[in-house]
Every structure is written in structure tokens, then in C-alpha cells.
Design a binder for this molecule. Structure first.
Ligand code: GDP
Length: 534
């Protein structure tokens, strides 16, 4: 069989060099913290290379490739996630988009399995919010290093030292500010660079849509310019030093500390510094451990794993798109790779379609990059692809579902389509499908992390699989892993149901924490374990 260009024209040293230039990251934040604004500002500072469904298509902003369902357009949100690639200071950034909507889905978590670091964006007036904390927990679990950006410093907000305390208390990470604000929130004049002691003064230019002006001054000049305000910043920075809140690369990489920057994304203040920081300290693409915990060297033949699957990018041509994070070697468009899970070949000749604008730039991709593969119905979330030398990367764990609905075909003559649709959605990881003998195949239970997953599933069942269906909410909110021996006991309990998931797990569902605790107390021998969170 012709396996396409199996050996790339790049030497192993060149591939290692490319991996070293990569910074693959996500911005984790609560909605409205300024993630879209920051993303646009970052792209403005850098040279955007390719967009695979760039930033959110909010009303009044440019709509994006990822606005694939009318549902998304109606609400002006991006349900699915994709990647934005840009170059700055000879470094290639891959910014993976995590949906910024209040409703959560597994997609959000999966994106974090494909990044090497994260930027936690915090609104200066609000501090750490619910979703920031949820996403932070996932990063912590996965050992993803985090740089924190305090945003909206141009608006009145908390005291900077109080924000540092909050981060420390709530995340357990010691904040190690790299810059310190000159001027209270609402009076953002610039920042003190804690490493050099210099003052970067920001100047507003017309409109704020272009790159903000920056001037750097030595401490003495800063003192003359800003007087008391500078002195305050210096005093506070000294306090941080006394508390040993200085950057420590090893502690940052280990997730014990979080370097902090102050910014105003809307004014483009501090964006430059964020890019410089990520260039200097954020981890590059490194060898990824396989299922046997053996790291695949970045210069080994091509390998990658699917971290999300998306359908229906183009409503005229319903198609499935798999986003693959490259882990090793060079991805060259047109190559035929092997799908590790089935051993079957997978042709990649349409890989370019995802990247609308600059086709040349994405003819090849290196470790850390994201490639979108079309015609990917065979690929599921967590699947591995490789060239020449087999590798299987650990699957992406499925999250504990918190919402449950029974799904039934509305039209019994469409049962075949219904079944096919359910199987496909399950396979892609759009939704978890739970079954039991009691409920039968005609009415499986769908489990989701966020309720919007049901809407996506229903939309696709109707429009893609031509299987109109109805959904009925079930009064469960907690799932626990159990074992076969415990099933008889659990089945006798009121308001408890045991279902099996396609990965073989047995899930016991409970209405709430109290019901779970009641059953645990009544039957201490029954196995009820929390499902993996990440
Ligand atoms: P997202 O939901 O996290 O993507 O947030 P957006 O980027 O859409 O920003 C939410 C709102 O905050 C918008 O009205 C932005 O103009 C505003 N915003 C973003 N960054 C800043 C900032 O640095 N300062 C101020 N004052 N407003 C900001």
C-alpha cells in the first residue's frame, strides 16, 4: 500500500527545533472576563498564521468558521472549540479555544488535554469566578502550568494584594507576579517589571483597536514621572519579595506557583508582555507519554491524538471533523496514517480545508500544532494516529455526567436511523450513552456534563440522521462507578438506577448527594466510587 510521504524532508533536529518553538495553550476564564478581547489582541500583536475556527462569533464581531450551527449563531456563542495559530518572536503559538459560555460541555475539558499550558484570565473587579475555578481544577489535575492575567485593570476593581491573597487561598498556587501595576485599578498607568525594576508606561492611542504604545523608563525616571504612585508600586513589590513571591520556573512548571501579569485587554495594555512571558517560560511541545507511560520522542515519526470531534461545519455538506494534536514528527497533508484503534489506514488529503485562509502554511504541522481532519467519521475522541511506528496515547477520560435524559425516536419507522445516530454520537463522544436491559435499546439514557450537549445531540439526530426524537429529563444529578456484585442491592433501592456505559463502566445514578449518602450508609459494602474528573 502506498503510505504517502512516510519520511518527511525534515531532519530529526529540525523537528525538535520546531517542537521547541511551539507554545500550545488555552485561556481559561469565566464568561465576560475578556477572553475574546484578549484573543483578538494577541492575534493583533502577533502574525496570525491560520485559523481553525478562531474566536467567538459574538454579535458585532467577525463571525468565525466555528459558528457551524444556527443554534450557535442565534445565541452568538461558540459551542465547539478550535485553534488559532499565530507567530511571534520566532515562536509559534497555538491558542486552543475553550467555549466561553456559561454552559459547560465535555469539549471544554477535552481541549485542556491537548494543551501544554494555560492562561487564567481574571476580571480585576470579580476575582476568581465559578468557571475559572472549575477549569483551574482540571488544569491542576492534569498538571498544566498556569500563568495568571489580571484583566480590566483600567476599571475600578480589587486591590492587587487582595487579589494575590485570593488566588493563593482559593487555588493553593502561590502567585508570583512578574509585573506589578503602577496605578490602582481604574488608573492603569503601566507596570513595574519585577525582574528588571523598570517601568513600562502605557500610552493610549486613538481608538484602542491598534497596538498600545509602550515606553520603558529606569526607576529614577519612573519616580519623577509618577511620584507617589510609583513609590506605592515599588513598596508593594518589595513586600512580595519579602514573602518570597518571586518567579521560580520549576515551581511554575509543577503547578505550585502561578506567575501573574496585569493587563487591560481592551486597551491592549500588557498583551505584549503576556506574549513575551509565554515565549520565555511556557513549556514547549514535549515528548508525550503513551499508554505504557513511555514518552514518544518529538522527532519520532508522526503521531497525534484526537481531542475533539465536530460535525456539520458546512450545512450543505454535513461532515465530521476531527481535531488532532500533533505529538511527534511532521504531519504532511496527504499522508496516509494509521488509526491505532482499528489498525486501518486514514487518508489526510483534505486536512487543509479547515484552515480557511492560508493553505500553504498548514501543509505541514509539527508537535504542538492542531490539525483538522475531515471525513473523520471513523475517529473518536481520544483515538491515536501514527505513521510507521505504532503508538497508542492514553484515551481522554470521560467526565462524570451530571445531567440525564431519556431519548426516544418520535417516529418508529425511523428506528434504524435513530440507532445509527445514537451510535455515532456515542462514538464521537458528543454525549454519553447509558443503557440497561430494563430500558432497552429503544430508549437509552443520555448523560452530559452540560445541558447544551443534549441540544447538540438532538439537533444532529434530527438534521443529520433524519431521526426526530424526544427527550425526557431524568431526576438524577450524580453518577458513581459501581460493580456487578453491587447491582442487585442498588436495584432494590428507590430512586437509584444502574446503567452501563459503552466503555464498560457501570454507573449508578442518584438524584442528589443526600440520596447517595443514604444508600452509602445503608449499604457500606456496596461499591460506589467517584468517576474520574480528568
Ligand atoms: P469573554 O466572554 O471572556 O470572551 O469576554 P469578552 O472579550 O467578550 O469581554 C466581555 C466584556 O468586557 C466586553 O464588553 C469587553 O469589551 C470588556 N472587556 C474586555 N477586556 C476589558 C478590559 O481590559 N477592560 C475593560 N474595561 N473592559 C474589558
Amino acid at each position: 500500500m502506498n503510505s504517502g510521504p512516510s519520511s518527511s524532508s525534515h531532519t530529526p533536529a529540525a523537528v525538535r527545533g520546531q517542537a521547541k518553538r511551539r507554545r500550545t495553550f488555552a485561556v481559561i476564564s469565566h464568561p465576560d472576563s475578556g477572553k475574546s478581547t484578549l484573543t483578538e489582541a494577541l492575534a493583533l500583536h502577533a502574525r496570525a498564521i491560520g485559523t481553525a475556527g478562531a474566536t467567538h462569533g459574538k454579535a458585532g464581531r467577525r463571525s468565525t468558521v466555528s459558528d457551524w450551527m444556527s443554534m450557535e449563531q442565534e445565541r452568538g456563542i461558540s459551542i465547539t472549540s478550535a485553534a488559532l495559530q499565530f507567530e511571534y518572536d520566532d515562536v509559534v503559538f497555538n491558542l486552543l479555544d475553550t467555549p466561553g459560555h456559561a454552559d459547560f460541555s465535555e469539549d471544554t475539558y477535552r481541549v485542556l488535554s491537548a494543551v501544554d499550558s494555560a492562561v487564567m484570565l481574571v476580571d480585576a473587579a470579580k476575582g476568581l469566578e465559578v468557571q475559572t475555578m472549575k477549569l483551574f481544577e482540571v488544569c491542576k489535575h492534569r498538571g498544566i502550568p498556569i500563568v495568571t492575567v489580571i484583566n480590566k485593570w483600567d476599571r475600578a476593581g480589587h486591590e492587587p494584594l487582595a487579589l494575590m491573597d485570593e488566588i493563593h487561598e482559593r487555588t493553593g498556587m502561590l502567585p508570583t507576579p512578574l509585573t506589578w501595576p503602577v496605578g490602582q485599578s481604574g488608573d492603569f498607568r503601566g507596570v513595574l517589571d519585577r525582574l528588571t525594576g523598570e517601568y513600562t508606561k502605557y500610552t493610549r492611542d486613538s481608538g484602542g483597536a491598534s497596538i498600545a504604545g509602550e515606553e520603558t523608563f529606569a526607576p529614577e525616571a519612573a519616580q519623577q514621572l509618577e511620584g507617589e504612585t510609583w513609590t506605592t508600586a515599588v513598596d508593594e513589590a518589595e513586600l512580595l519579595e519579602l514573602e518570597e513571591q518571586d518567579h521560580d520556573q520549576e515551581a511554575y512548571l509543577a503547578g505550585r506557583t502561578t506567575p501573574v501579569l496585569f493587563a487591560s485587554a481592551v486597551l491592549n495594555f500588557g498583551v505584549h508582555k503576556l506574549l513575551d512571558t509565554l515565549v520565555a517560560i511556557a513549556p514547549a511541545a514535549e515528548p508525550r507519554p503513551d499508554v505504557n507511560e513511555e514518552p514518544r520522542p518529538v522527532d519520532a515519526p508522526f503521531s497525534g491524538f484526537v481531542f475533539k470531534v465536530q460535525a456539520g461545519m458546512d450545512s450543505n455538506h454535513r461532515d465530521r471533523l476531527a481535531y488532532v494534536r500533533v505529538c511527534s514528527g511532521v504531519f504532511e497533508r496527504g499522508m496516509v496514517v494509521t488509526h491505532a484503534n482499528t489498525g486501518k489506514p486514514f487518508a489526510t488529503k483534505y486536512a487543509q480545508q479547515v484552515f480557511g485562509r492560508d493553505r500553504e502554511a498548514v501543509d505541514e504541522a509539527f508537535p504542538g500544532d492542531v490539525v483538522g481532519l475531515v471525513n473523520a467519521s471513523a475517529l473518536g475522541v481520544g483515538d491515536s494516529l501514527y505513521l510507521d511506528r505504532k503508538v497508542v496515547f492514553p484515551g481522554i477520560p470521560t467526565f462524570s455526567p451530571e445531567h440525564f435524559m431519556v431519548i426516544r425516536a418520535k417516529d418508529s419507522s425511523k428506528y434504524k436511523q435513530f440507532r445509527k445516530g445514537i451510535e455515532q454520537l456515542d462514538h464521537e463522544g458528543v454525549i454519553q450513552v447509558l443503557r440497561s436491559d430494563l430500558r432497552g435499546d429503544q430508549a437509552p439514557v443520555l448523560g452530559a456534563v452540560g445541558p447544551m450537549q443534549f441540544e447538540v445531540a438532538e439537533d444532529r439526530m434530527v438534521n443529520e440522521f433524519n431521526a426526530p426524537c424526544e427527550l425526557e429529563r431524568l431526576n438524577f444529578s450524580i453518577a458513581r462507578r459501581t460493580v456487578r456484585d453491587s447491582v442487585p442491592t442498588l436495584s432494590r433501592e428507590r430512586n437509584v438506577e444502574v446503567l452501563s456505559r459503552s466503555d464498560g463502566e457501570l454507573l449508578a445514578l442518584f438524584s442528589d448527594r443526600w440520596r447517595l449518602q443514604g444508600v452509602e450508609r445503608a449499604h457500606p459494602d456496596v461499591v460506589l466510587e467517584p468517576l474520574v474528573v480528568s
